[in-house]
Design a protein around this ligand. Structure first.
Ligand SMILES: Nc1nc2c(ncn2[C@@H]2O[C@H](COP(=O)(O)OP(=O)(O)OP(=O)(O)O)[C@@H](O)[C@H]2O)c(=O)[nH]1
Ligand SMILES: [Mg+2]
Length: 405
């Protein structure tokens, strides 16, 4: 396959972020070995994202994205976040460029919080180390590279670190990033007729595994035993995770100060871009008579999904909106290239798609400006449980509020 035949979805997307004048464009030029990006001492030189597809060793095909610098004025401005957000949607690995002679600012910390929340692996590139007699120390646990874009020192180290972060099976957290060693997570798993015989479903198993990997403990309980179990605990749970079907009764039991979310929210984030999915769900409020909604499934053989996708969702959506809508269905590997006919895309959870495939579909929708959500997030929205279920994810919660306006 030639370089140009590699569709952009199959390229590792590497985004360079940071404050104005940190040297993002200089670093992009040093990494690519080309003078693609305009560099100047005037802050705010880069005004729109600049991207370049190329072959970058030791990674292979990549897409390098240089972004406009973020202002220093306190909290990230809404518009800036939106621009940064658009790039974050497609970023596989983020490089936070910090001027080492200045150090990290609140803005940088906010960017790091955004990366974390969206499960985007990142590293901090301390640039302009040539200005220092000796490089600063990185905070413990931070993946950092000390370099100089101008003197081209440690650029290879940066490339290797990026490659290490973009390992093929990208390990996006399910819930582990919200937990600390010794924490307790409660998992509420109703056992009804839809539950498989003699075992738990995969998302529940994977969540338990993720809890264990983070050194926390899991209490797994049916909604009927939840109240009793809560009263037995000597330690306040860090989070309660429930099957969305049981959200209402569970929300009534779990005190407001204990974070409560659903498996579908966790997996929307694990598999793809939660913020985009939330925006897509909020877009349901803006559909009009005559709009077409695409309902898309990743596989062709899951009876249960099929029933939800082809029968229940159209009914719920019509009931919720009260609009005359047209529904179009796609399944398996087919996903329309031209998404412009659709006002909204509702995708299944994508259990048969790998995160990259799922994210690629989300990228296509984002690039074409079509709102896209998934079954779990949309159903949660229709049930009215999103505000509470999103509370552990502030940026996604903000997207819900913004999307409804
Ligand atoms: N001493 C030193 N100066 C650098 C280095 N890298 C970049 N600079 C200088 O820092 C200034 C800003 O560089 P840019 O690459 O334009 O910074 P940027 O982050 O892209 O800035 P915006 O696009 O405005 O956000 C320029 O004057 C560069 O020459 C470095 O490693 N050492
Ligand atoms: Mg720039």
């Amino acid at each position: 396959m030639s370089l140009h035949n590699t569709v952009s979805g199959n390229r590792v997307h590497i985004g360079f972020f940071g404050r104005r004048n940190a040297g993002k464009s200089s670093l992009v030029n040093a990494v690519t070995g080309q003078n693609l990006a305009v560099v100047s001492a005037v802050p705010g030189t880069t005004t729109d994202p600049v991207q370049k597809a190329m072959e970058l060793l030791p990674m292979g095909p990549v897409l390098i994205i240089d972004t406009p610098g973020i202002d220093d004025e306190g909290a990230l401005g809404a518009l800036r976040v939106q621009k940064t957000q658009q790039v974050l949607h497609k970023t596989d690995v983020a490089v936070l460029v910090v001027d080492a002679s200045v150090g990290k600012s609140d803005t940088d910390e906010e960017l790091i919080a955004l990366f974390r929340e969206q499960g985007i692996p990142f590293l901090v590139a301390y640039n302009k180390c040539d200005l220092l007699s000796r490089p600063p120390e990185a905070p413990e646990g931070e993946r950092a590279v000390f370099l100089s874009a101008q003197h081209k020192t440690n650029i290879d180290t940066l490339k290797e670190s990026i490659a290490a972060l973009s390992a093929p099976e990208d390990k996006r957290p399910i819930v582990g990033d919200l937990l600390q060693r010794g924490d307790l997570a409660i998992l509420v798993t109703p056992i009804d007729s839809a539950a498989p015989k003699g075992r738990l479903i995969l998302p529940q198993q994977q969540t338990i595994r993720d809890v264990l990997d983070s050194g926390a403990g899991a209490v797994v309980v049916k909604e009927t035993e939840l109240s009793h179990m809560l009263s037995c605990l000597a330690q306040t749970p860090r989070i309660v995770i429930t099957d969305s079907q049981a959200f209402a009764p569970v929300a009534a039991i779990v005190p407001e100060d204990i974070p409560l979310t659903s498996f579908s929210i966790l997996f929307a984030r694990h598999k793809g871009d939660l913020i985009q999915a939330v925006r897509g769900a909020a877009a349901l409020e803006t559909v009009q008579d005559g709009d077409t909604i695409l309902i898309s499934e990743g596989c062709t053989h899951h009876r249960q999904c099929d029933d939800i996708g082809s029968v229940k969702l159209p009914r719920w959506i019509r009931g919720h909106t009260g609009k005359e809508l047209r529904f179009v269905f796609s399944s398996g590997t087919e996903f329309p290239e031209d998404l412009s006919p659709y006002r909204l895309i509702v995708h299944c959870g994508g259990c048969m798609l790998n995160p990259r495939q799922m994210r690629y579909r989300q990228k296509c929708a984002a690039e074409q400006g079509v709102p896209m959500t998934n079954y779990g997030v949309l159903i949660a929205h229709i049930q009215g449980i999103l505000p509470r279920a999103l509370a552990p994810f502030p940026a996604a919660a903000a997207a819900l509020t913004a999307g409804r306006l």
